[in-house]
Design a protein around this ligand. Structure first.
Ligand code: ADP
Length: 318
């Protein structure tokens, strides 16, 4: 697959704030790409640069073969659609009018605009809201209209800046399903920022930034294998003196249950063999994308140091 976005050593300073400190990554054509980071990490700044809205300080960015910051910015804008956290639609106009006006602003001729409108209407299931005023829509309906507006010129790359933030869980799921379906059916490249790890978990590739630098990247599986840890949950038989059994492990204790962090799932086997005489029940919980994000963003490392809520006992025998 070809790279549709190429970012090389990108830097951005705001006066004395180094918001982006030289990041390099690629986005493959047709992929779902997730760009993650806590608040202030530099996600919006990066998106704004990629969408030609903010000037970079240095580095190079290529979008669909065009170089940002040259006389190719107009060509780039034709290739991209953007949905920001704050909507740009006019509350007093209907969904249809909002989208239609946007198409005209892009210089689309009537026939093409009609064709494109049909496309966004069917892919974003607008039939029930197309005649309604934007200001009267629910949060989920607004998001669908926002995405439709961003797609009216049929861009090859869609940027979504936290598209589901602020929506209730059910609506979030509905909007997210629509985005996934759209991406699958149209093979469009989707560049997404999100706080929700379950959304990032279905991405083809994830880049995580922290304080303007890339701290991890790879497929969700790669990140889970390398950054998430599994956990062994154990409940002991009553009236058992467990201290000697647990002396060589890190663990935490909560509501009858001891939790032991594992580097990999199979590490549970020798521990369970050792604890076997005193174990009442146990469970192994696989690491998730949430764990990846937490582990990357926490300062310590529970498996390799003692600076954590887990007990300070060594982990050396695992
Ligand atoms: P995120 O989108 O990940 O929350 P941002 O890109 O908004 O992060 O911000 C990255 C850093 O740049 C933060 O330290 C933020 O305070 C700073 N920043 C963002 N925009 C500006 C601006 N216009 N002027 C000065 N500093 C800014």
């Amino acid at each position: 697959m070809e790279n549709v976005i190429e970012v090389r050593n990108l830097k951005k300073n705001y006066q004395n704030v180094e918001a982006i400190k030289g990041i390099t990554f690629n986005v493959k054509q047709g992929s779902l790409f997730a760009f993650l980071g806590t608040n202030g990490a530099g996600k919006s700044t990066t998106i704004d640069i990629l969408c030609t809205l903010t000037e970079k300080t240095s580095g190079t960015v290529k979008i669909a073969g065009h170089t940002i910051g040259t006389n190719e910015n107009d060509a780039i804008r034709k290739e991209i659609g953007v949905v920001f956290q704050d909507s740009l639609l006019d509350e007093r106009l209907s969904v249809y009018e909002n989208i239609w006006h946007r198409g005209i602003a892009y210089g689309l001729k009537k026939e093409e605009l009609k064709r494109n409108f049909k496309f966004v209407e069917s892919h974003l299931h607008l039939d029930d809201i197309v005649k309604k005023k934007y200001g009267k829509l629910s949060g989920g309906q607004r998001r669908r209209a926002d995405i439709a507006r961003a797609l009216i010129h049929r861009p090859s790359i869609l940027f979504l800046d936290e598209p589901t933030t602020g929506l209730d869980p059910q609506t979030r799921q509905f909007v997210w399903q629509a985005i996934k379906k759209l991406q699958k059916e149209t093979k469009m490249t989707v560049f997404l920022t999100t706080h929700y790890m379950e959304e990032a978990a279905v991405a083809d590739e994830i880049v995580i930034i922290k304080k303007g630098e890339i701290v991890a990247q790879g497929t969700p599986n790669y990140l889970k294998e390398n950054y998430a840890y599994d956990q062994l949950l154990v409940v002991f038989k009553e009236n058992v003196e467990v201290g000697s059994y647990l002396s060589s492990y890190k663990y935490k204790f909560q509501k009858d249950t001891y939790t032991i962090p594992l580097k990999k799932t199979r590490d549970a086997i020798p521990i369970l063999e050792k604890l076997e005489p005193v174990v009442q029940s146990f469970e192994v919980i696989k690491g998730s994308m949430d764990d990846v994000f937490i582990r990357i963003n926490e300062e310590g490392d529970i498996l390799n140091d003692n600076n954590h809520e887990f007990s300070k006992q060594t982990f050396k025998s695992i």
